[in-house]
Design a protein around this ligand. Sequence first.
Ligand code: SPV
Ligand code: MN
Length: 626
Amino acid sequence: MFMTSVNELLKKKLTAENYDKLTALNNPKMHTFVADAIELCGPASVFVCTGSADDIAYLRKLAIKNGEEIPLNVTGHTCHFDGYNDQARDKAQTKYLLSPGSELGESLNSIDKSKGVQEVRSFLKDSMSGREMLVCFWCLGPPDSDFTISCIQITDSPYVAHSESILYRPGYEQFKKIGASPNFFRFIHSEGELANFVSKKIDKRRVYIDLEEDLVYSVNTQYGGNTIGLKKLALRLAIQKASREGWLAEHMFAMGIHGPVDRVTYFAGAFPSACGKTSTSMLPGQTIVGDDIAYLRKKAGQIRCVNVEKGIFGIIRDVNSKDDPVIYEALNSPCEVIFSNVLIDSNKPHWLGMGSELPTEGINHSGKWHKGKTDSKGNEITASHKNARYCLNIPDLGNCDPMLDDPEGVPLGGIVYGGRDSDTWVPVEQAFNWAEGIIIKGAALESETTAATLGAEGVRTFNLMSNLDFLSIPLGRYIQNNLDFEKDIENPPLIFSVNYFLKDKKGKYLNGMADKLIWILWAELRINDDVDAVQTPTGFIPIYEDLEKLFQDNLDTEYTQKDYVQQFTIRIPENLAKLDRVEKIYREKVADTPQILYDIFDDVRKRLKDAQARHGDNISPLDLSN
Ligand code: SPV
Ligand code: MN
């Protein structure tokens, strides 16, 4: 489109006020994007959100007015429903648009670019007719920092725009600062045709990502993971950008762990969805920087990290006053919260595991609901969906870390990798060094599946760095980038694995929910050289007496030597099987796996076998020395 016609179109379709707001940003590429979206999607009107209090209030009101959100009793609280079959990220229909000659490796889902663009644009054609197009500006990371990435989101869903106003920092002023620069991320979303306020054409749900253009299309869906551009769609763009520029974009929380006296040590942690990531970032007595996505950069010989977001889109299931007091408090206080896919009764939200009895009827993602209701396949519909969520501002939490918005980020002392693992890893273990941490903790991460993505639950799946769903570069290159990242860093963060889901032979969990605090506090002590450790074939584990004291001091519970032995027994056959399982995936599916991965796997396998020859299949930590 020529600039004159862009300008004419904008002038014609926007009110004078909205036109002025848009053109106060002098960015031709952005103007062309908006004009093209208007031509394609055919909205009835266009609203430009500057992030001012009035504009944000407008989005909130619109979400309620058009029925996408329902106001609840507590001031600031609303509820949104996604369609019955639109409750999670759609991995199958999320694809990279690949130009001829580009290569991403066979593990990444892609579609020929011209075919994909044509398809998704045909679904977007006139998709906003009769509705208002919302044009919003946000940024990833704190503004005015090396981490900042400017973004524009176009959507016809005020729920999406409202969620983004909670989750991201305002970007309009930042956009002014980038001037005419073409370097920003673009997201275009339409919920498509609606029935009862939810996307109707689920079979035409698509999320297509154009890495060459830093542009993502999303259509015929409302679920946040598919629609909130700055969340998982931006993570894909950021991973590619980071790879080009020498930093890391990770599916990680960030938090301050408060050690002895006034010491704060910052951690980042990667866990697949629904494996304890948010609850780790919310550990009692600690401070949260972020719960989902972090950017890591090297600065002055240190690795520093920011939360890309300023809010949480967290799983609400099992949030109760006992296990998650800080979140529970916010969910019951007058502040801005969007509940999604919970059960509503008398204008109050209810969810599985909230710690009180649930009503036997109400409204949920299936419509009018009563206990025992089944869906068309005969499956019982639970009161709230297992992936039901809340969306709130981190500064509304009592434990918000003061460094949340620091443009320099927080200095990282430790990195944690964890998954849902019933039988292999011990509750916490420190890798011997950076490379081993990246390879046998991060790149070997597996998890038993949960409700956060569509598909069967409870299946053990490979998920390196918990970032597999979002990788936009070949897996081997991603691993190599992680390995290289410690270069020029004098004291790289220590790398740990954690496992909150270890079970005994009868299938009973060996740890309580609260125990995770102890594993992380121990890691904090290790980083600061305060405690010694026991050496295993795969890393360093705690000495019993240190855990005994940590349990006593922090949870006021007795931690017996029997607990310790049971939890920290090194399960050799399971560890060997895991290495074989994961290595097979790399050999068969990841053509560019760095050789060092196989070398480290071989070293570790040898150490495990030597230990097995000496001690047998199950090695008590008491038989290992420090
Ligand atoms: C996750 O599933 O990892 C989430 C929620 O954080 S989503 O927005 O769906 O990605
Ligand atoms: Mn996530």
